[in-house]
Design a protein around this ligand. Structure first.
Ligand code: ZN
Length: 251
């Protein structure tokens, strides 16, 4: 299994990393993608990837961190290598005071870097799907995933038409979840990725901040149930999708 989105750089996962990775391996997780959100986080993610087999890093400025964005450092670090994606990047309008113009500039610059370096993007989007779609359409050829996707099943088609993958997180495992389950029902299996966004998104059994990469097994189990497949088949498909997006080196 592959957890395509976990913040192993952050507490409480980072201080317990050896145990966290051992529990993940025990449940069959062979690879994790660790996105960055600012320069400190992506450099920490790259260091983890260098130290631990099966850990892969992404670098990017999260829309809620644009005030301290260091785009020259991002361009330098991407040129040096060691990253499988640019992320997490995107738009977040949940806070009415968010500086949307600054988010647009930062996202636009990072889409350009994705094209320069031929890297996929890990997209964070909350309450900004129309603007995100318009900016992605203006950057043809950029591949990526809508991570912990909050689109409705009615909103997703134009994103699928752009070739994007759709990431499902622990939200799917909660008993009262309706929207994400309806979305999973309409996304074709060959576009589904599994993730935890641990420790920030919890599962039914491990509420945030108690979630960790091992919990991706529970996400895959619910996806299998929704699609009427065996867990092992859903694992095979989501792992193949992760390798198709982030690279064949993901074990
Ligand atoms: Zn995240």
């Amino acid at each position: 299994m592959i957890d395509t989105h976990t913040h192993l750089t952050d507490a409480p996962l980072a201080p317990a990393l050896a145990a966290v990775l051992a529990r993940a391996r025990a449940r069959g997780v062979t690879a994790c993608v660790v996105p960055g959100y600012d320069v400190g986080a992506w450099r920490a993610a790259r260091a983890l990837a260098q130290q631990h087999a099966g850990v892969y890093a992404a670098a990017g400025v999260h829309p809620l961190f644009v005030a301290q964005a260091d785009l020259p450092a991002l361009a330098d670090d991407l040129a040096r290598g060691g990253f499988v994606a640019i992320g997490e990047i995107g738009l977040d309008y949940v806070d009415a005071g968010a500086d949307r113009a600054a988010q647009h500039l930062c996202f636009h610059a990072q889409l350009a870097l994705a094209r320069t370096h031929a890297l996929p993007v890990i997209l964070h989007c909350r309450q900004a799907h129309d603007d995100l779609l318009a900016m992605l359409r203006a950057a043809p050829g950029v591949r990526g995933v809508l991570h912990s996707c909050s689109c409705s099943h009615e909103q997703i088609k134009p994103f699928l038409d752009l070739g994007l993958y759709v990431g499902f997180s622990g939200v799917l495992t909660r008993a009262n979840t309706v929207k994400a389950k309806k979305l999973a029902a309409v996304v074709p299996p060959d576009r589904i990725l599994a993730e935890t966004d641990s420790p920030y998104i919890g599962t039914a059994t491990h509420p945030a901040p108690g979630s960790e990469p091992a919990d991706v097994a529970d996400v895959i189990a619910v996806l299998a149930e929704i699609k009427g497949m065996a867990c092992v088949e859903m694992d095979r498909i989501t792992s193949a999708n992760a390798r198709a997006l982030f690279g064949a080196q993901l074990a």
